[in-house]
Design a protein. Structure first.
Length: 223
């Protein structure tokens, strides 16, 4: 299995999205952070913007909804044709019911946990999901440093996924770069969101390849 690199367009030039998306076409998916200025203290893309991105993207969209009331809004985002829709455990009233609705629409269903949220209650629910996103920074802004304490959750989730032989992607988001991606892959992550680590590079395709190679090395040497 090859590690997946999903650049976050939070670090892109919003005015030139189509050109920016073309520079990251070597990635696996494109990570879109949807923020409502309520669940997190930042405001980014709404549904119309996501629908428009869907028309120009060279790759499938991996949506991360950092919004209140995902039970109401997440299905609308899935209807845009997004490949994957991840919502926050802390914001959902009925996480399993919502995951089933997203899957029925045709999107992969993901659940995300913030750094301060215990992962154990959600490990039981993993068979209902296609992806678990462990936030390795507080959601809201790009460019933050990875919070080391969050990595125990990655190991714990990997053990459960492997023990139950689940087909669940284990995604990490926050502060991932060429200096730590191999180590985080070794702990069990297989899907990596990288924002500034990709967009700061002059040759973004080469940077994506570097990150993927390092992550694959980590995946091969798991504890």
């Amino acid at each position: 299995m090859s590690a997946r690199i999903n650049p976050s367009i939070l670090s892109a030039d919003f005015v030139n999205f189509e050109a920016e998306l073309a520079t990251i076409a070597a990635a696996d998916l494109i990570h879109v952070d949807v923020m409502d200025n309520h669940f997190v203290p930042n405001l980014t893309f709404g549904q119309q913007m996501v629908a428009r991105l869907q028309q120009v993207t060279p790759l499938p969209l991996d949506l991360h909804l950092m919004i209140e009331n995902p039970d109401r809004w997440a299905p609308d985002f899935a209807e845009t044709g997004a490949f994957s829709v991840t919502f926050h455990a802390e914001a959902a009233d009925d996480a399993v019911g919502l995951a089933r609705r997203l899957r029925a629409i045709g999107a992969r269903a993901g659940i995300a946990v913030k750094p301060g949220t215990a992962i154990d209650p959600y490990l039981e629910l993993l068979p209902e999901f296609d992806q678990l996103l462990v936030m390795t920074v507080e959601p809201g802004f790009g460019g933050q440093a990875l919070i080391e304490d969050t990595l125990t959750k990655v190991s714990k989730a990997r053990r459960r996924i492997d023990a139950e032989k689940l087909d669940v992607w284990l995604q990490v988001d926050g502060g991932i770069d060429e200096n730590n991606i191999e180590r985080v892959a070794r702990l069990g992550a297989d899907t990596f969101v990288a924002g500034s680590a990709v967009f700061k590079a002059t040759d973004r395709a080469a940077q994506i390849e570097l990150l993927r190679n390092k992550a694959n090395l980590g995946c091969q040497h798991r504890h």
